[in-house]
Design a protein. Structure first.
Length: 186
């Protein structure tokens, strides 16, 4: 297995998977999930990191949570496949943004997030899992999905860890903004 690229501001895209109104009520630790995904989105915007979002079968499962949707830079891409790579325009959007790494968050970690991670790895992308910004319906399925993704070569982090990794240090122009966002969520 070749070494995957390390995430940097100029090569990373944040991918928000299926944070939809009808799915969220049955997710474990829903409030934490929404807060951590919100942190990842707001922080990525402050750092100038592109963001892509998807919705699984939006006619049946509804739109993205309105609080999260208003923070996105573009409307979510609709998909019927588990992997985000099945969403029309997704692969092209990654290419247009010159992505080498995708930072993943969303639901469900053992289904759509996992399918996306495995497809990304197969296509040569580095994958960074924002584990505290993922969830599932059942407690045992989340860790199994994360373990599988790691076995295949994905790296682990957290929403906060991801944001600080994208900065060079406390003298980074975005540091104060990121610090304020982190304090709001803590």
């Amino acid at each position: 297995m070749s070494e995957s690229p390390r995430p940097r501001r100029d090569n990373t895209v944040l991918v928000v998977v299926d944070l939809q109104e009808r799915l969220l009520p049955v997710m474990r630790e829903r409030e934490r999930l929404v807060a951590r995904v919100g942190l990842a989105i707001d922080g990525a915007r402050a750092l100038g990191i592109p963001i892509l979002a998807t919705e699984q079968n939006p006619r049946g499962l509804g739109p993205t949570d309105p609080d999260l949707a208003r923070r996105l830079e573009a409307p979510p891409l609709a998909k019927s496949t588990f992997s985000c790579f099945g969403a029309p325009g997704f692969a092209e959007a990654l290419r247009d943004r010159e992505a080498e790494v995708i930072a993943l968050c969303g639901i469900e970690s053992h289904i759509c997030v996992q399918a996306t991670a495995l497809d990304a790895l197969d296509r040569g992308y580095g994958v960074l899992l924002l584990e505290d910004a993922m969830s599932t319906r059942l407690g045992s399925t989340g860790p199994a999905g994360i373990a599988r993704m790691r076995q295949e070569g994905a790296r682990s982090s957290s929403a906060e860890g991801f944001l600080f990794e994208m900065m060079a240090g406390a003298d980074d122009a975005a540091f104060r903004s990121i610090l304020a966002l982190v304090r709001e969520v803590s």
